[in-house]
Design a protein around this ligand. Sequence first.
Ligand code: G3P
Ligand code: CA
Length: 253
Amino acid sequence: MSSLATARDVRVIAHRGASHEHPEHTLAAYRQAIDDGADALECDVRLSADGRLVCVHDRRVERTSDGRGIVSAMTYEELAGLDFGGWKGEAHRGAQVLLFEDLLKEALAADRPVGLAVETKHPTRAGGRLETELVRVLREHGLADGSDGRVEVMSFSRNALVRLNRLAPGLPAVYLIERAVRPPRPPFAGHAGPGIDLLRKDPGLVARLKAKGLRVRVWTVDEPEDVELCLRLGVDTLITNRPREVREYLRGR
Ligand code: G3P
Ligand code: CA
């Protein structure tokens, strides 16, 4: 296959939305990512104290809001009272925490198919409640059987993926890899997701993962030299904070 065909075939996923430009995990970041041509939207989900799935990366709210506290100890109403935009600059002040369900509706309302790559954060702490709630919400929208491949679940926790696989066997799953571990095997995950730092140190990892029958997606790929490395290695999907730039780079190649 020529490198041009490869570049065109690579999927681009917006990491926390177009999060280089906008505050991560906000509606504005995801709308921008859709406008930028992202194939799918990545989001981290956590459970609030009252059992709502919210899109927040950190365990605590301090870095990305004007509040203090642990996400799982706060109710949705408490989280909704915080400003999740001001930390990124005055222009973004007033952005609210995003419910996973609202993100789902936004993706479904787009005028082209836009996928969702949902990462469960520290699911073991919630003892299975997070996965159960995620599958419940997906089921409500007819998306839990995975038949259209629109929603994928991702986790660094093998247990979480096994649990999700039991609850919703058809959902495509991505096993995220932080350190060089023994490559995971299907069937509980069809994709593996190493970080770009790991790939720079161990480029042979992609071939080893592919030899196990896994597709490979890499996070977080923002720089042209990293895009090039991924293309050279035959990576299938790029997760990036800069969906527009990466999309344009791939187009121009
Ligand atoms: O998409 C995978 C990547 O998001 C994992 O790292 O810390 O950004 O959630 P993190
Ligand atoms: Ca993530």
